[in-house]
Design a protein around this ligand. Structure first.
Ligand SMILES: Nc1ncnc2c1ncn2[C@@H]1O[C@H](COP(=O)(O)OP(=O)(O)OP(=O)(O)O)[C@@H](O)[C@H]1O
Length: 347
């Protein structure tokens, strides 16, 4: 399991009924349309959805870089929308932002970029240097302190942008498409840094992405936006157990249809198993306990973060096939029958 630094129940970010419209060429564009969202302390939330769904607008509203038309955005319990002046500036320090695209100052070194928010906050030189060194260590770029952005790779620049966003010790980190335009290996190094920020600093992370691979690797929770609305929101490991969810269809191994093979079985079901114990032991145990013949007809194994997850299409023969499926469901597997066979097993 991933390290949770703070309590699960405490929500660091609460978004209530958020709406935001922009003037468009053919009328008002409703970028956010009654968005509600909770982000628990010390977790990583992935905000996903098609282009134009409102992901960046949501992130920008949470950082109050954009003012919503209505609704509340509570960060650590304070409604940012109601604040102004000094109170808003102070509240904003709780939110570190990794903007979309290349955001480093070209004329400053990596260390100089990381130091910027500390200079703005008036942190004295010696403390600033200590903090910058800590952050460069966190993102694995101590040896690049004196390099200029043009001397760094795209992934290294993004890691410096993350270090800069963390400089003022925020409780929330917002990252807008931090891995777009990066190759898979470089993407991995940026995601590792976001994961370390959560695990080692206890920061709550909201990451906007079009890449479900980001959700697969580091997100505890996911919110799917479409046309400015949240159409799916929850823990990734809960949503994958729901066969009808978008998250399951994006993250689980596909199951090929093979009606000819399935005809040979009394029962056919799709089974989702989450965690080492379930993936390793549940199907063999069901087989031996109920004396059924159980075969894997499709699907496969994957990993979500550190957790192994399987989706298999299984075929069962035997008098107690239904009991075996019930046993798997009772033990925590998500079971969805796809066919009731004609071979005389009671439904
Ligand atoms: N400053 C703006 N002025 C006018 N319209 C805007 C502005 N910002 C966003 N929009 C519109 O609001 C809608 C949501 O945009 P947003 O950038 O939040 O979506 P997104 O999901 O982040 O898309 P992408 O994945 O392409 O970045 C889109 O129709 C967009 O054109």
């Amino acid at each position: 399991m991933r390290c949770r630094v703070q309590s699960w129940s405490e929500n660091v970010i609460t978004v209530e009924n958020l709406t935001k419209t922009f003037p468009g060429s053919t009328g008002q564009v409703r970028a956010l349309d009654g968005v509600n969202l909770d982000v628990a302390a010390g977790t990583v939330l992935g905000v996903v959805g098609p282009s134009g769904a409102g992901k960046s607008t949501l992130a920008r509203c949470v950082a109050l870089l954009e003012r919503p038309d209505s609704g509340a955005i509570r960060v650590d319990g304070t409604d940012l929308v109601s604040l102004g002046g000094t109170a808003l500036r102070n509240a904003r320090r709780q939110i570190g932002v990794v903007p979309q695209g290349d955001s480093l100052l070209r004329q400053r070194t990596a260390a100089g970029n990381v130091a910027l928010p500390l200079e703005s906050a008036g942190v004295p030189g010696p403390q600033r240097r200590t903090r910058v060194a800590e952050l460069l260590d966190l993102v694995g770029l101590t040896d690049k302190a004196g390099s200029y952005p043009d001397q760094l790779s795209g992934g290294q620049r993004q890691r410096i942008a993350v270090a800069r966003a963390l400089a003022a010790s925020p409780s929330v980190l917002l990252a807008d498409e931090p891995t777009s335009a990066l190759d898979p290996e470089t993407t991995g190094s940026v995601l590792t840094v976001l994961d370390r920020a959560r695990a080692e600093l206890g920061v709550t992370v909201l990451v906007v992405t079009h890449d479900m691979g980001v959700v697969r690797k580091i997100c505890d929770d996911v919110a799917v936006l479409e046309d400015g609305r949240v159409v799916e929101h929850g823990k990734v490991l809960d949503l994958v157990a729901d066969a009808g969810s978008r998250t399951a269809s994006s993250l689980l191994p596909a199951v090929d249809q093979n009606p000819a093979a399935e005809k040979a079985y009394d029962r056919v079901a799709d089974v989702v198993l989450v965690g080492f114990a379930a993936v390793g032991a549940l199907l063999p145990e069901a087989t031996s306990r109920f004396g059924v013949d159980l075969n894997l007809l499709g699907g496969g194994l994957t990993r979500l973060g550190e957790t192994p997850v399987a989706r298999f299409r299984v075929g069962l023969n035997g008098e107690r096939a239904d009991s075996a499926l019930e046993f798997i469901a009772d033990a925590g597997g998500a079971v969805r029958r796809t066919l009731t066979g004609p071979q005389g097993v009671a439904a």
